[in-house]
Structure formats: C-alpha cells, structure tokens
Design a protein around this ligand. Sequence first.
Ligand SMILES: NC(=O)c1ccc[n+]([C@@H]2O[C@H](COP(=O)([O-])OP(=O)(O)OC[C@H]3O[C@@H](n4cnc5c(N)ncnc54)[C@H](O)[C@@H]3O)[C@@H](O)[C@H]2O)c1
Ligand SMILES: O=C(O)C[C@H](O)C(=O)O
Length: 309
Amino acid sequence: MKVTVVGAGNVGATCADVLAYREIANEVVLVDIKEGVAEGKALDIWQKAPINLYDTRTIGSTNDYEKTAGSDVIVITSGLPRKPGMTRDDLISTNAGIVKSVTENVVKHSPDAIIIIVSNPLDVMTYQAHLTSKFPRTKVIGMAGILDTARYRAFLAEELNVSPKDIQAVLMGGHGDTMVPLPRYTTVGGIPVTELIDEDKLDAIIERTKFGGGELVKLMGTSAWYAPGSAAAQMVEAIVRDQKRVFPVCIKLDGEYGINDCYLGVPVILGKNGVEKVIELDLNADEKALLETSRKHVLEVMSVLDKNA
Ligand SMILES: NC(=O)c1ccc[n+]([C@@H]2O[C@H](COP(=O)([O-])OP(=O)(O)OC[C@H]3O[C@@H](n4cnc5c(N)ncnc54)[C@H](O)[C@@H]3O)[C@@H](O)[C@H]2O)c1
Ligand SMILES: O=C(O)C[C@H](O)C(=O)O
C-alpha cells in the first residue's frame, strides 16, 4: 500500500513517522512546498528504520506530485496552524487556497485514492477538498473526531485513575467549540461513565475537551501534532487494513440525522472503501439541539468559502 502525506510540518511528519514505524504502508511519500524539508524528514524517518526495526520506505518530495502517483490514501495536512488568540476559522482564506491546489495535484496522479483532510478549519477544508476532487463523499473525509474523542478519553482516564484503553466514547459535530460530546455513549470498561463520576466533574471535562486544541495552542504558541498525527495514521490504518473500525469522522451528510449538505463529524464504519456506513444514533432532544448549533456554525464558515470561490 502507498500513502502520501502532504505537508511535512508538525502533523504531517508525525503522521508519516507513525505510518512508517507501525508498518501501516509499504511506501510513504511526504510532500511539502518548502525546498528540501520533505526529503530531509523522509530521510530521517528512513534512517530510524534500522533502529526501530521497520521496512516502510519513506520518500520526500518538494512539490513533485509524480512521486505520489498511484497512492491508495492521501493525507492532507498542508496549511497554516493557528497561533494564540486565533480561532481555527481565522485560517480559512489561506488554507482553502492551499487545500484546493494540493487536492488538484493529488487527484491528477491518484484518481482512486481516499483523501483524509487534517488542515483547519477541518469541516470546511473537507468541503473544499470534496468540491475540488469531485470524488464520492465517502472517499473525502476529515480527521478530528478521533482526536477530540482521545482528548476526552485522556481527561477521563486521568480523573478516574484508569487506563485510557478502557474508555470508549463518541463525539459528534464540527471540529470546534461547538463539538458535541455524548456522555450517554461514554463507557469505562463497559460501565456507563455517569455511574463513576460526578456530573459537575464530567461537565468540566466536556468543557475542557471542547477547548482542548486551544489549550495546547496557548501552551506551545502553535497547535498540537503528536495526537493529531497519530489520529490521522489510525484512519489510514483502518482503510489500508480494511479494519471496519468505528470512528467519528467528518463527512458530508446526505440526509443522515436529518441533515443535508453540511460536513460534520459522525460515527462511521471505516474500511477499504473509505466510509462504508454512517451510523445514525437515536439522539435525544438536548443532543439534537447541540448538533443543530454545531451544524449552523459549520454552515456559516462554509458560506465564507462559497463567497470567496
Ligand atoms: N484536524 C485536526 O484535528 C488538526 C489537528 C492539528 C492540526 N491541524 C491543522 O493541520 C494543519 C497543519 O498543522 P501543522 O502543525 O503541521 O503546521 P506546520 O506549519 O507545522 O506544517 C504545515 C506544512 O504545510 C506546508 N505547506 C504549506 N502550503 C503547502 C502547499 N501548497 N503544498 C505543500 N505543503 C504546503 C508548510 O510548508 C508546512 O511545512 C493546520 O491547518 C492545523 O490547524 C488540524
Ligand atoms: O486547535 C487547533 O488549532 C489544531 C487542532 O484543530 C487541534 O484541535 O489540536
């Protein structure tokens, strides 16, 4: 299997590294616009292979998309990250242009690939890539839900002093402050989380999760990469190994949850065909209201992209 990662910055290089050392693909091509950066990082990852014992071939390219030809999966991480004081939506004008031109280049050389978007604002960049590629909606999807859910699970594991491995959860909606955590679908080793934690503590964890990206931007002056890069690699793994994993993934909704033409995170089954099924949960009135707020927010940002098109 061949995987291309566009953007050899913090998230892209981390994703390529995870794909290599976990041998998720046979070949990983890392592309960046900055001269030599992708080649250098790909070479560094390759030189780690004899130490960490893997044989995934990593290749770097400065804007030469010939090298990406025939990729099975493409991960797009190119674009600006936010700085303290910015929202993800502030990145739209710069990143929409980058995602559009990168998508044009990758689809030319890999017409059958599945595209995973990471660049922000995530839901709207997924829209951009879908518009540009004209691929089916099930093959142009965004990574955010795995990351947001991981943050929620990590905070819960810390609070309950249990292994993060035993926490299962679902988060829905846009990748932003309006994301929709679902305590009703959160379990700890099969036990509903609400039986193990006070309501006010759970509410505080949900609030922290919603602003989890911003917390890291404030600490580091730029956004996170270890968890995001690993989350994108986990989506690639589900596809190339046809694992049928159940993950929250951003996709254009086509009637599911009574929503049309909006890109939102929802639980799906992910396998060799991309999104193989959107899972429709029976949301209660409060959960539906939160999802509606999230939908309205994403639609507003989508309309900025439409105006600038
Ligand atoms: N979806 C998520 O959950 C999530 C999580 C973390 C980061 N992000 C987003 O991912 C993006 C990348 O973040 P980062 O921390 O890796 O940033 P970064 O600045 O470290 O890396 C971005 C890279 O993209 C490259 N690039 C820019 N234009 C390009 C083009 N036209 N072609 C190829 N490469 C190009 C840059 O040269 C740079 O190396 C940001 O938009 C960030 O907001 C999303
Ligand atoms: O917060 C950001 O700007 C990056 C990313 O979306 C994240 O959640 O870490």
